[in-house]
Design a protein around this ligand. Sequence first.
Ligand code: IPD
Ligand code: CA
Ligand code: CA
Length: 264
Amino acid sequence: MLEELCVIVKKAGDIILSADMSKTRLEQKSSPGDFVTAFDIAVQEMLREELKRLLPEARFIGEESSREEIDTKGYCFIVDPIDGTANFAWDYRHSAVSIALAYNEKIIMGLVYNPYLDELFYAEAGKGAFLNGNRIWVSKRRLKDGLVCFGSSPYDKTKAEATFSLAGFLYKKALDVRRSGSAALDLCYIASGRCDLFYEMSLSPWDYAAASLIVTEADGVITNMRGERLQFREKSSVLAGGRNAYHDFWRVYGEFRYRRTGDD
Ligand code: IPD
Ligand code: CA
Ligand code: CA
């Protein structure tokens, strides 16, 4: 199954690489900056067909068709055809295809493929996390020596003040901060030790489902920003890191909240 999924996710990547954006219109979805292109739809439809052929009993949840709360009982694919659509449309060349297979509310396989670098991150529950066939691990860095990547929850700008004030606070407590435009790749960068801590205050299950397994199989920690297990049913905040950076985050976050509101 994993081998077949690797072939399918790379086929999706080929569609992204061959896209000619000059012939495509950007359509706005929920808010300014939330786009869909013909290629998001084309990748999703190809994946829907191929995954149905591979595992007919699995349900299919794809970003470009799902609006309702997700039910992950039985087998269920959770798919983001292009994570980093704005990057894709601007030819920023940092986007990914994300496929998770869930069984009874747990992610059992996850694949995130960046076609621009031909980098395939994947994991199967209990079997470790890999990048192009090589085992990967989260970093052991402390937060003070680490890079923090964060997402700006661009489709919910009510989170902007909290997001950026936390980024400013962490910028002073860590080495530096990054904002890449693909949450799935941010999480894979945590899994491979390229970055040490990630947070975003609002993400959808298809943004983080596949990569969450890649993080935990790389010995990292991923929860929501209250420290609770991710549910994959609805929008959620996400916090991930190597164990040391994740642990350090809670002390710094306590200090941050105390300074902002006076409570701890
Ligand atoms: C978005 C990207 C972005 C994150 C947003 C996501 P999309 O996904 O992952 O990095 O900040 O919250 O919605 O819309 O490009 O698939
Ligand atoms: Ca996404
Ligand atoms: Ca998307």
